[in-house]
Design a binder for this molecule. Structure first.
Ligand SMILES: NC(=O)c1ccc[n+]([C@@H]2O[C@H](COP(=O)([O-])OP(=O)(O)OC[C@H]3O[C@@H](n4cnc5c(N)ncnc54)[C@H](OP(=O)(O)O)[C@@H]3O)[C@@H](O)[C@H]2O)c1
Length: 330
């Protein structure tokens, strides 16, 4: 399939998208990436990727500018729609996530692309206070919009409305849509800046988090997320939604693993809430993706690779073995 195959990746300079672009180039695809300002030095890492000079073009594309998306997508066989704000600020989140997704689908419909891959989130799946405790979370589950709104979880709210409107719009326009719902993504960064999901770990190493929360979170490796995107794109029989997750940890487990690998950092040892019982993980299944051959990287490796990458990129000083644990001011 890849030879001469043209695909567009929206938000190409982002954490997950950069890994998707890398993999697509390695497989021989011709890649058009949309970014908000192609001249910005922060996209320099994309030009370092193997095959980029020959087969990557960056287009100026804003999610709220339909014509910019139309120009990048016109002539493409497929689209990976990954761009989205990642924030709980409703003003920044909602319009680009929802109207932006609609714009991408409409541009893809006009260009008659073969398939749109949409990077959704576990946030569109698990935020449901009425789910039975023993229920195994799978692709049939949807977050409760009222609950997201009442708890001011505007990221989950925006992603849920965006995914729902993607399904409605593609049905109406006859576009083939496949959705991937990753949990919190970790692993090496290609881009020079620290994105929100990696910050989730960085704060435990710098001394800025004095305690850890009494909560649970599922994790997945960024390379597995990129691989799943491309695999689903290339599998004609793929359809619907695909949960993408390795395993779930309590924050207490996260700090314990980090402290074992990296005892030189001031990693918190106290929980911020010692009154309520320890939060319990919910059950979930990723069988649908595993049936296509995806093997997930163990979560300990995700954590290790994230910290190593933060050190290599200069976001985290490497203390010498003899130093006292350091407090880093940010
Ligand atoms: N990381 C995770 O844990 C995780 C988990 C589940 C789902 N996801 C989803 O995966 C996708 C990528 O997330 P990420 O973690 O890779 O985040 P990221 O590094 O912050 O990348 C987001 C990208 O979206 C672009 N973007 C934001 N607003 C835009 C707008 N108005 N117009 C055009 N582009 C815009 C940004 O472009 P600029 O470069 O111009 O800022 C950036 O490249 C998102 O859809 C997110 O919801 C992420």
């Amino acid at each position: 399939m890849p030879s001469g195959h043209v695909v567009c990746v929206t938000g190409a300079g982002g954490y997950i998208a950069s890994w998707i672009v890398k993999l697509l180039l390695e497989k021989g695809y011709i890649v058009r990436g949309t970014v908000r300002n192609p001249d910005d030095a922060k996209y320099g890492h994309l030009w370092e990727l193997e095959g980029a000079k020959e087969r990557l073009t960056l287009y100026k594309g804003d999610l709220l500018d339909y014509h910019s998306l139309r120009e990048a997508i016109n002539g493409c066989d497929g689209v990976f729609h990954t761009a989205s704000p990642v924030t709980d600020d409703p003003e920044q989140m909602l319009e680009p996530a929802v109207a932006g997704t609609r714009n991408v689908i409409n541009a893809a419909a006009e260009a008659k692309v073969r398939r749109v891959m949409f990077t959704s989130s576990i946030g569109t799946v698990y935020m449901d206070p009425n789910r039975e405790p023993e229920k195994v979370v799978d692709e049939s589950c949807w977050s409760d919009l009222e609950f997201c709104k009442n708890t001011k979880n505007w990221y989950c709210y925006g992603k849920t409305v965006a995914e729902q409107s993607a399904w409605a719009e593609t049905k109406e326009k006859g576009v083939d849509l496949v959705v991937i719902n990753p949990v919190l993504v970790l692993g090496p960064l290609l881009q020079p800046t620290v994105n929100a999901s990696v910050l989730h770990i960085l704060k435990y190493l710098t001394g800025s988090a004095k305690t850890y929360a009494n909560s649970v979170q599922a994790y997945v490796h960024v390379k597995d997320v990129a691989l799943a995107h491309v695999l689903l794109y290339e599998t004609p029989s793929a359809s619907g939604r695909y949960l993408c997750a390795e395993s779930m940890l309590h924050r207490g487990d996260v700090v314990e693993i980090l402290a074992k690998f990296f005892p030189e950092y001031p990693i918190p040892t106290k929980c911020s809430d010692e009154t309520r019982p320890r939060a319990k993980p919910y059950k979930f299944t990723t069988q649908k993706l595993k049936d296509l051959g995806i093997e997930f990287t163990p979560v300990k490796q995700c954590l290790y690779d994230t910290v190593k990458s933060l050190q290599e990129k200069g976001h985290l000083p490497i203390p010498s073995q003899n130093d006292e644990p350091i407090q880093i001011q940010y």
